[in-house]
Write a protein that binds this ligand. Structure first.
Ligand SMILES: NC(=O)c1ccc[n+]([C@@H]2O[C@H](COP(=O)([O-])OP(=O)(O)OC[C@H]3O[C@@H](n4cnc5c(N)ncnc54)[C@H](O)[C@@H]3O)[C@@H](O)[C@H]2O)c1
Length: 270
């Protein structure tokens, strides 16, 4: 169903790799709600990805950008304003990658070159996006910027590795930059802390299968899907949430406030 919540709104969506991506579902949903946007991803992801299909489906243009490159980001921002014929109302940062996770380096045995690269891609890139938008004065007043995060920023999930630290940093940037964006530009900045979701990035985490079932059994509403996340993001891009900023918003079926659930207890009762 469409409510036309984003009619006339323009934006940039980072991170649609394939149809499982949270950004992919969000792009489809934003399109349904009347929003127009530019799609972007790292040049390398674009070669392997199916992003062209999504662009066709949503009538969008694609501009490659490595989110760690200020030059790429500045080019992306200025070209997007040109293509969309006006300033932006929404931006989705849906980017994450840890080389330590990928290469199986344990948290207690980090390769710090990998750590630095993962931090740049997963955390600092959000600051670079925000700073690029801020300096170019690219956002309309009451615009909305959202980044995706995970609860390992607050609580320990041992196999989430250095991504836990990256997410803590990312959430802190949303607060710190959210202040200046709110004060100077009337733009809101939030993070959505999403349930485990079967995507390329998600499934890269060791033990993901056990982990996603555990979260599902712990959450009174079950896990939030990528599609649910797309809906929530649309609400944050809409005018219905104008006064929400600098928040880390749990979108997890209730998981973050649980101690134990009936299902989990049954597994351990004699
Ligand atoms: N899947 C989950 O369980 C889960 C849970 C909570 C939060 N998240 C977060 O959601 C976001 C999206 O991930 P996803 O689960 O949809 O997986 P995904 O693998 O589909 O998306 C990750 C994206 O990051 C992009 N990326 C990597 N390096 C980049 C770079 N240098 N420049 C630009 N883009 C780059 C990839 O190309 C890819 O499109 C991430 O921030 C992730 O941490 C995921």
């Amino acid at each position: 169903m469409s409510y036309n919540l984003l009619k006339g709104k323009k934006g940039i969506i980072f991170g649609a790799l394939d149809e499982n991506s949270i950004a992919w579902k969000t792009a489809e949903r934003v399109h349904e709600e009347g929003g127009t946007f530019v799609l972007t991803n790292a040049p390398i992801a674009m070669r392997m990805g199916q992003i062209k299909e999504l662009a066709q489906k949503t009538g969008s243009e694609i501009i490659p950008a490595d989110a760690t490159s200020e030059e790429d980001l500045n080019n992306l921002i200025s070209q997007s304003i040109e293509i969309l014929d006006g300033k932006l109302d929404f931006v989705l940062h849906s980017i994450g990658m840890s080389i330590n996770v990928r290469k199986g380096q344990h948290y207690t045995d980090q390769n710090y070159d990998f750590t630095a690269k993962g931090w740049d891609v997963s955390a600092l890139s959000f600051h670079k996006v925000l700073q690029g938008l801020y300096k170019a004065d690219a956002m309309n007043p009451w615009g909305s910027i959202v980044a995706l995060t995970y609860m390992a920023a607050q609580r320990v999930f041992p196999d989430y590795n250095d991504m836990a630290d990256n997410k803590a940093y990312l959430e802190s940037i949303a607060r710190s930059f959210g202040y200046f964006f709110g004060k100077e530009k009337k733009v809101r900045v939030n993070t959505i802390s999403q349930s485990p979701t079967p995507t390329t990035a998600g499934q890269g985490v060791k033990g993901f299968d056990g982990f996603i079932s555990y979260a599902d059994k712990m959450s009174p509403l079950g896990n939030a899907t990528a599609q649910d996340c797309a809906d929530y993001t649309v609400s944050l891009f809409s005018d219905m949430t104008k006064m929400v900023t600098m928040q880390n918003l749990y979108h997890d079926g209730g998981f973050s406030n649980m101690g134990v659930s009936q299902e989990i207890m049954e597994k351990f009762s004699k």
